[in-house]
Design a protein around this ligand. Structure first.
Ligand code: G3D
Ligand code: MG
Length: 202
């Protein structure tokens, strides 16, 4: 009973952003629905979050990779098999906005993340003077840097939990599931062929 529609698809989501953006707080809030005291992440945190899309259960494996400058060098190693990128921004820290934009642009240039959907989380909305979604969209010039890529900006607060359920729902709808296969396989083949062609020219 209930076999159909209960297939478990495992999907990898990469949680990125500068140090102090709120990634670890966000991940633990999503997982445990409670405030959580974090320490700067050395290495990574990983959690499985169960979400539903239509009648299907999806297990999102969310990787929170340390955001400090020396850890950012290793982000590339986590790109493989990633279905979606969630980029967390401290909306209250206008001074580091440019640094965040540069890291996001660098991430989006990764060949392994081509065409992967992007969810930008405008975090710390509970702080007075936090940038709005529109401000962030413009500051990051998302329309230009994303091109054909599917993207969305969600306002949230990992501290209060506001916007987190919406964020999770959005990611679960953005990712391609293995069972979306016909289209996905075609896209994969096309991507691989283009990649090989590009590499073999000259
Ligand atoms: P990181 O994993 O991206 O490096 P953390 O960031 O989750 O460690 O959070 C960095 C600091 O920001 C923490 O404060 C955390 O409590 C705070 N923070 C995270 N999200 C929010 C938010 O939505 N609102 C507010 N006001 N603060 C938030 P401390 O003081 O522990 O360093
Ligand atoms: Mg952290």
């Amino acid at each position: 009973m209930g076999q159909r529609g209960s297939t478990q698809a495992e999907i990898r989501v990469l949680l990125l952003g500068l140090d102090n953006a709120g990634k670890s707080t966000l991940l633990y809030k999503l997982k445990h629905k409670s405030a959580f005291s974090t320490v700067p992440t050395v290495g990574f945190n990983v959690e499985m979050l169960d979400v539903k899309r239509q009648r299907k259960n999806i297990a999102l494996t969310v990787w929170d990779v340390g955001g400090q400058a020396e850890m950012r060098r290793h982000w590339g190693g986590y790109h493989q098999d990633t279905a979606a990128v969630v980029f967390v921004v401290d909306s209250a820290d206008r001074h580091r906005l440019d640094e965040a934009r540069k890291e996001l642009e660098k991430t989006l240039r990764s060949e392994q993340l081509r065409e992967r959907p992007l969810l930008v989380l405008a975090n710390k909305q509970d702080v007075a003077g936090a940038m709005t979604v529109t401000e962030l969209k413009d500051a990051f010039n998302l329309r230009r840097i994303c091109g054909e890529r599917e993207w969305f900006v969600q306002a949230c607060s990992a501290a209060t939990g506001g916007g987190l359920d919406e964020a999770l729902r959005r990611v679960s709808h953005m990712v391609k599931l293995p069972s979306d296969s016909a289209a996905a396989v075609k896209e994969n083949i096309k991507g691989t062929v283009n990649y090989i062609r590009a590499k073999s020219v000259r």
